[in-house]
Ligand binder design. Structure first.
Ligand SMILES: Nc1ncnc2c1ncn2[C@@H]1O[C@H](COP(=O)(O)OP(=O)(O)OP(=O)(O)O)[C@@H](O)[C@H]1O
Length: 587
């Protein structure tokens, strides 16, 4: 069955620890069940007037030994099981993380960060509880039950009295079979609602600045309130059935105790059993009550964790839709041209075609400029070149190799992609720039910062390149972030570089400096520049204009200016804008 896979792998690695824990549990319980027996013997001797001072000391020492032995072995068994529980968390979280890093962009666009976090936190913890504390309580209770019943028989308590006193406890499995699936189903609903809440919280905290600027805190609060309310309702549904279940188990224990008292008391008065056996019987039944109550909790926990285990296994069984062939090729991209042939693409079967019949050829070392209205498919084309989404076979070629035949490592290590909203990590500026290769020479970091026109700003900061960014550090402006992210791409000095609207947030003068330095540094290396401003791409060897997924114009800057069309119109508007800006600044 699917839901046993993570556990099967785990038990294969840790079975011997469980075995040791079981052995210690067995020893601790064998010692523990001597307690009522010794007290029973003590009572009988007391009643018959055979008890001497020496015997009182002996019995006290024996009981002390029983107590110490039980605590030592029980404690060790408990420690071992807690240890494997933490090991489980460690291993599964590592496995989940590796799995997440292999998943494609399509997976992340379907699953929000909050949902993924809830797998890490809630689900892993739920399973850990059941394989550590759950195992511990079950092993302890079963062994205690067997040891106690055996000891009662050995002590000469009649079978029928044991059977009647223990009978109510045999109803537990029946209740479990009936209520277990209901608890499991409701707990799956709770886990899913928790996942949705984490997702909503993550999104709302992420967008808190927008919320505040639009002063819509009330709306967001109501929306979040609804999510929390759904959790409350689901949890109440679960609590109703699980509290009933948890209360029923000790109640059965109480019935067992009452039966032992009533029936055992009657048999003692009628001299069928000794007073010592009566004391031992009631102590045994009392001794069994706590572990049985724990079994109730454990079964509850196990039912809940089965739901989490199913979610985890389901997640881990999902495969990335981007798969490398077995004999994936490594290609040297510095000598390979890029060809796009009759490429049409839609994100899903039901969505519209984002790219239609694209044909392109970028010779090695040349620069391609791409311009077009927003939503025209520019970024999508880049995602396909990087194979973050799969293009149809035979549509994208590096040299003579289909991108789908290439090893992803070879492809992505040789392409530097700089997106518009480059994410920066909460670490130093230096580490953000040297992200691709942390141990690179400091001079390279400085040089990349100079090329991206961010150097002067960084050296003005108190800790210069060691300044921390992010949550507890400095926050950069949009343009500064963009240039830091650009430096991160430039330092890679990759054979192919893609700038996806990467200078959109900088002023026109800085943009010119950046483009000049890119032109100089990337001479002889393939570069693709996507921009909304003509000034950023006019030096390109070829420029294409995309409109609704179709290449509607192509040529050099001067060729395109000769044609009637989007490019010339845009040029006129942007020229007019910049002349107006210059005139205003002079006046
Ligand atoms: N992950 C996705 N799933 C489904 N549709 C998508 C996805 N990403 C983009 N699209 C759609 O594909 C179309 C092209 O988007 P794309 O991001 O490629 O445009 P773009 O030209 O880069 O736009 P911009 O200039 O605004 O960055 C849009 O209609 C967009 O809604």
């Amino acid at each position: 069955m699917k839901s046993q896979r993570i556990l099967a792998d785990f038990f294969r690695k840790t079975w011997y620890i469980y075995l040791f824990s079981l052995i210690f549990h067995l020893i601790s319980n064998l010692i523990h069940v001597y307690f009522p027996k010794l007290l029973g013997q003590f009572t009988d001797k007391l009643q018959l007037g055979e008890l001497t001072r020496g015997m009182i000391v002996d019995y006290s020492l024996l009981l002390l030994l029983v107590g110490i032995g039980h605590v030592l072995f029980h404690g060790t068994a408990l420690y071992l099981v807690m240890y494997v529980g933490r090991k489980f968390e460690y291993l599964v979280r590592g496995r989940l993380f590796r799995h997440f890093t292999q998943m494609s962009e399509r997976f992340y666009s379907k699953n929000g960060v909050g949902k993924l976090l809830s797998y890490f936190m809630n689900d892993v913890t739920a399973v850990r509880e059941s394989i550590s504390m759950g195992f511990n309580s079950t092993a302890n209770a079963i062994m205690l039950l067997v040891a106690a019943v055996t000891m009662m028989i050995v002590s000469g308590i009649p079978y029928y009295l044991i059977a009647v006193s223990v009978f109510p406890l045999l109803l537990i499995p029946l209740i479990v079979v009936y209520l277990g699936p209901i608890i499991r189903k409701r707990s799956l609903e709770v886990q899913e609602a928790l996942g949705r809440m984490t997702e909503t919280a993550e999104e709302q905290f992420g967008g808190i600045r927008v919320t505040k600027k639009f002063a819509v805190e009330d709306i967001m609060e109501r929306r979040f309130g609804k999510t929390v309310e759904r959790i409350r309702q689901n949890q109440l549904r679960l609590v109703r059935v699980s509290s009933f279940f948890q209360a029923l188990i000790p109640f059965l224990g109480t019935i067992a105790l009452i039966t032992a008292l009533a029936f055992g008391g009657y048999l003692t008065v009628t001299k069928h059993i000794t007073l010592g056996n009566f004391v031992a019987l009631t102590l045994y039944v009392r001794m069994l009550m706590n572990p049985l109550q724990q079994i109730g909790n454990v079964i509850n926990t196990i039912q809940r964790s089965r739901a989490s285990l199913e979610r985890l296994n389901e997640l881990l069984s999902q495969q990335s839709d981007i798969v490398e062939p077995e004999n994936a090729k490594s290609i040297d991209l510095s000598a390979a041209g890029i060809r796009v042939e009759n490429l049409s693409f839609a994100y899903g079967a039901s969505s519209h075609q984002v790219l239609k019949n694209i044909n392109l050829h970028i010779r090695p070392g040349k620069t391609l400029g791409i311009i077009g209205r927003t939503g025209s498919g520019k970024t999508t084309l880049m995602k396909l070149l990087l194979r973050t989404y799969d293009p149809p076979t035979g549509t994208i070629w590096y040299g003579n190799t289909d991108v789908r035949e290439m090893s992803l490592e070879s492809l992505r290590s040789q392409v530097a992609y700089v997106p518009q909203d480059g994410f920066l990590f909460s670490t130093t500026i230096r580490e953000n720039i040297a992200f691709y290769q942390r141990d690179t020479e400091f001079e390279n970091v400085e040089s990349a910062a100079r090329q991206a026109q961010i150097y002067n700003h960084i050296v003005d900061l108190p800790d210069r390149f060691e300044t921390r960014l992010g949550e507890r550090g400095l926050t950069l402006s949009g343009g500064q972030r963009q240039r830091t992210s650009l430096a991160r791409g430039l330092i890679k000095n990759a054979p192919v570089m893609i700038l996806d609207d990467s200078v959109s947030a900088v002023d026109a003068v800085t943009e010119k400096d950046i483009i000049d330095s890119i032109q100089k540094e990337r001479r002889g290396k393939t570069t693709i520049i996507i921009a909304h401003r003509i000034s950023a791409i006019k030096h390109a060897d070829e420029i294409i204009v995309l409109d609704e997924g179709v290449i509607v114009q192509r040529g050099t800057h001067s060729e395109l200016l000769q044609e009637q069309g989007f490019y010339a119109e845009l040029h006129a508007i942007q020229e007019e804008g910049s002349q107006h800006a210059t005139a205003t600044s002079h006046s």
